[in-house]
Design a protein around this ligand. Structure first.
Ligand code: FAD
Ligand code: SF4
Length: 335
């Protein structure tokens, strides 16, 4: 009898974990709450740092899952977890020999930062909205015209005690640089400004992108946080900020304000953790047993983690964790 491991969440992490488990001779089952596999990757356009179409990566992972004959349950939300079973929202209980939790993250809701007017003013959008607009091939102002001046605001819902999100979301600086470059490709005449607290370009090729954005694309980087945004009668967005390098206050009207929203912990981490006795970090993300030697293990034997469920991560890191988590879970069940 093959050992059966349930993988909760069918994003990048869950698909990669299941593929590796299948290679190890284990029977993986992916349980995904949405009707389709893919997680957040389904909403992205091209991926930093290589500008690879997200669709290419998504299609390849889904095809591999399909070809491996991995059992997939979609539209099935997990509400409780134990080392040898998971509980679904419809009341079903699925039994297994071990569980990998790969339920990812939640995008910060930008409307909580009322001072930026998201959901109230036209032409204030989030980075996730902009990805969707790129995918739809329709990047315009609300009135259908082309933007001539665009501002990106970093750290929206990250590094912000007021909204209880003290952590850095890690991928939004590079997303802001990537999206600014895409906007310049679409609108070469537009002025593009990125307002940042610090620029965190931690990955391979990221710093090079940042340089290219400045030198080749002439994107302006302003160190300072926008304090508020308000609409003008011409349908533009007026922003107030302080340039913290020169110490001068700054006021500017833009056609589009893009809020680079952070990655926060899922709300249901609390219930999953409470039910199984799992530890969470102060940020609300799940806490691995040990950050160095057992970073894909939970504190409960038989429950493992892969991907952004434990912290913000990029896709490369997430894919690698899928392999590590599968290997640890396979070892645990003796496969
Ligand atoms: C705006 C933005 C742009 C990005 N662009 C890039 C990029 O260009 N390149 C890059 O490397 N990274 C990028 N990232 C990071 C990338 O999105 C993550 O690395 C990746 O999504 C993490 O995958 P995951 O599978 O861990 O989580 P997710 O993508 O969040 O997937 C989790 C899955 O679990 C499911 N799930 C959740 N709860 C349950 C439950 N209770 N029961 C069943 N299923 C559940 C969800 O429906 C989802 O399918 C970007 C992030 C953001 C915010
Ligand atoms: S990656 Fe950049 S934008 Fe995102 S939270 Fe960290 S510093 Fe802010």
């Amino acid at each position: 009898m093959k050992k059966r491991i349930i993988v909760i969440g069918g994003g990048v992490a869950g698909m990669q974990t299941a593929l590796r488990l299948a290679e190890q001779g284990v029977e993986p089952v992916i349980v995904e709450k949405e009707p389709e596999l893919g997680g957040k990757l389904r909403g992205w356009h091209v991926l930093f740092p290589s500008f690879t179409p997200a669709e290419e990566v998504l299609t390849a992972l889904r095809r591999r899952v399909n070809e491996s004959g991995i059992e997939v349950l979609t539209s099935a939300e997990v509400t409780g977890v134990e080392p040898r079973s998971v509980q679904l929202a419809d009341g079903r209980v699925l039994t297994c020999d071990s569980v990998v939790v790969s339920t990812g993250f939640t995008l910060f809701d930008a409307s909580i930062k009322e001072e930026y007017g998201y959901g109230i003013y036209d032409n204030v959008i989030t980075s996730a909205d902009l990805e969707r607009m790129f995918n739809e091939g329709r990047v315009t102002k609300a009135d259908g015209t082309a933007p001539r001046r665009i501002a990106f605001l970093h750290c929206v819902g990250s590094r912000d005690e007021k909204v209880c999100q003290q952590h850095c979301s890690k991928v939004c600086c590079v997303t802001g640089v990537k999206q600014a470059m895409e906007m310049k490709r679409l609108f070469p005449e537009a002025d593009v400004f990125n307002f940042y607290m610090d620029i965190r370009m931690f990955g391979p090729g990221y710093e090079e992108m940042y340089r290219e954005a400045q030198q080749k694309y002439n994107i302006h980087f302003v160190r300072g946080r926008i304090s508020e945004a308000s609409p003008t009668i011409e349908g533009r967005v007026q922003i107030k900020a302080e340039d913290t390098l020169t110490g001068r206050p700054l006021r500017m009207s833009v056609d589009m304000l893009v809020l680079l929203v952070g990655m926060r912990a899922n709300d249901d981490n609390a219930a999953l953790a409470a039910g199984a006795g799992l530890n969470r970090a102060p940020s609300g993300f799940m806490a691995p047993r040990d950050l160095f030697l057992e970073n894909v293990c939970s504190n409960v034997d038989g429950i493992f983690y892969a991907g952004a469920v434990t912290a913000p991560k990029n896709i490369g890191e997430t894919l690698n964790e899928g392999i590590a988590a599968a290997d640890a879970a396979a070892r645990y069940v003796g496969a």
